[in-house]
Write a protein that binds this ligand. Structure first.
Ligand SMILES: Cc1ncc(COP(=O)(O)O)c(C=O)c1O
Length: 383
């Protein structure tokens, strides 16, 4: 048996691809200049590397390099987009989001609400999807921003982003999309989509933790955003702070690899997911698939097991690393707000597991998972 359990939690984070590590190393040890140092070769080299990485990222997203602001990750990008737009909007601004978003959207929305901003939290359907018509109906003259995620991090369901973005565009309302789980996993040509602001993060696509981006579409009139930090005016005055050059280089490289591998990798990962699903269905009854059966991320399988205590199940699973329907998105072991919003009972929510299959998973990993989960569920059911 391996020293470590099989890693099947690729929606939480991913292993950094060794090719990404190789690309980053020289920027810790040799080219360690500050990209803002304009007087010497160390600074020039750092600046060159940042420009190259920004261009790599831009070409994968199909957008202009100058529309990308480097941040520490999607939590920060979401905060800048949501607080920054509402802060810059005329007083009385209104925000629309939905109950299945990540806490990195819901918590900034709640903070704004406590500060007096009008916030509408739309419901989602039984798959975790937002209805574009409900978005349209919720828009008011004072609506400053709509924020809807591309793909749900717990159940993998894809939202109808084109329809929602088009509704917003027709009503001249800004549209922000948290696309952390979608980019690099499904085709997502940002530049061709009706999206004004978009958040993403490197660590979900085999890149380093601590680096992400906020895309801000160039349009006229320009999108007004209040920065969260004041300082050196980096990143177009939207995100002050010395740029983490090694992380940015790694971000560019993981995006390049994601674009290069995506089609083959996606098909292989869907095959592994189907194998896992079939293998569990062959051995167990009382299984529920959470999320949309077809419109979902390739590597996501979120299942509830009838008649099983979720905590006991998690405790018993020693050979695989997965995530449970509690403690999905934060350090707080609360039942998943996403499954609740989808109308799933507390019992099934607590008895759920999220499998996230990624680049480095193999057929053997899936066989281990099938055996481990089937054995443990049967044991807990006393069958
Ligand atoms: C949908 C979604 N949004 C935001 C985040 C936060 O991203 P980061 O870890 O880059 O701050 C995550 C991470 O789990 C996520 O899945």
């Amino acid at each position: 048996m391996a020293d470590y359990p099989v890693y099947l939690d690729n929606h939480a984070t991913t292993r950094v691809d060794p090719r990404v590590v190789d690309a980053m190393v020289p920027y810790f040890s040799t080219h360690y200049g500050n990209a803002a140092s304009i007087n010497h070769a160390f600074g020039w080299e750092a600046e060159r590397a940042v420009t190259a990485a920004r261009e790599q990222l831009a070409s994968v997203l199909g957008v202009a390099a100058k529309t990308l602001i480097f941040t520490s990750g999607a939590t920060e990008s979401n905060n800048i987009a949501i607080k920054g737009v509402l802060d810059a909007a005329p007083p009385g601004g209104h925000l629309i989001t939905n109950a299945a978003e990540h806490r990195a959207v819901l918590d900034p929305a709640k903070r704004l609400q406590r500060a007096g901003v009008n916030v509408t939290i739309l419901p989602v359907d039984e798959f975790g999807r937002v209805d574009p018509q409900q978005v349209a109906d919720a828009i008011r003259p004072e609506t400053a921003l709509v924020s809807v995620m591309a793909a749900n991090n717990e159940v993998g369901t894809l939202n109808p982003i084109v329809e929602i973005g088009t509704m917003c565009q027709e009503r001249d309302v800004l549209f922000h999309c948290d696309a952390v789980q979608a980019i690099g996993r499904i085709a997502f040509p940002v530049g061709e989509l009706p999206i004004d602001l978009l958040s993403m993060s490197a660590h979900k696509i085999n890149g380093p933790k601590g680096i992400g981006t906020l895309y801000v579409r160039r349009r006229s009139p320009r999108i007004r955003i209040q920065p969260l930090f004041d300082g050196g005016g980096h990143e177009n005055h939207l995100r002050s702070g010395t740029l983490p050059v090694p992380l940015i280089v790694g971000f560019g490289e993981c995006c390049r690899l994601a674009a290069e591998c995506r089609d083959d990798e996606g098909a292989r990962i869907v095959g592994l997911r189907e194998r896992l699903w079939q293998g569990l269905c062959d051995r167990l009854d009382g299984l529920h698939l959470n999320g949309h059966p077809d419109d979902r991320l390739p590597g996501n399988l979120n299942l509830s097991f009838e008649g099983v205590d979720g905590d006991a199940l998690m405790t018993g699973l020693k050979r695989i690393a997965v995530s449970s329907g509690s403690a999905c998105t934060s350090a707080l072991p609360e039942p998943s707000h996403v499954l609740r919003a989808m109308g799933i009972s507390d019992a099934l929510t607590r008895a759920s597991l999220r499998f996230g299959i990624g680049r480095f998973n193999t057929d053997d990993d899936i066989e281990v998972a099938i055996k481990e989960v089937a054995t443990m569920v049967k044991r807990l059911r006393g069958s």
